[in-house]
Design a protein around this ligand. Structure first.
Ligand SMILES: [Zn+2]
Length: 154
């Protein structure tokens, strides 16, 4: 007998600022809509925009490398299909937990904590050197709004 394994929660650091993309001049009812999950969006953001190695992308999302590869392939296929067939795209759903990244000012170690974590309310300790820290790494969306030059970074 096959027992369905519960899906592992994927960590996601940023959600898209726009959730629905639609070709100009085509009534919505005539459009086929492709749904990209939030973790597929995150896979593209990490690999194709932040240009991280697959191993690091997988770590950032708290999943295995083959799983990351599968999610990224699926995301690429959906976007290729959307561009080729002129579909609308909606970013929605998935199995994920929003996390917030932190950087230790003392040892520079970076780590992520779930956004709903009660630890975020008080003092956070670095898992590497155990020094207390309060420095959250800014989210890409927030960073872009503040400086308006997100695309030119790096
Ligand atoms: Zn540290």
């Amino acid at each position: 007998m096959l027992v369905a394994r519960p899906k592992k929660i994927r960590w996601v650091e940023a959600v898209p600022p726009v959730r629905v993309f639609k070709p100009v001049g085509v009534p919505r009812c005539d459009l086929e809509e492709i749904v990209l999950t939030v973790e597929e969006f995150e896979a593209i953001r990490l690999k194709d925009l932040e240009n991280l190695e697959q191993e690091e992308c997988a770590q950032r999302m708290s999943i295995s490398r083959p799983t990351f590869q599968r999610i990224l392939n699926s995301a690429h296929e959906k976007i290729a299909s959307m561009l080729t067939h002129g579909c609308a795209l909606r970013v929605e759903g998935g199995t994920y937990q929003l996390v917030e990244r932190h950087r230790c000012p003392r040892c520079e170690h970076e780590f992520a904590l779930p956004e709903s974590s009660p630890e975020l309310e008080g003092e956070i300790e670095c898992p590497e050197c155990e020094s207390a820290l309060t420095q959250a790494v800014e989210k890409p969306g927030r960073r872009r709004r503040r400086h308006g030059k997100g695309w030119q970074r790096g």
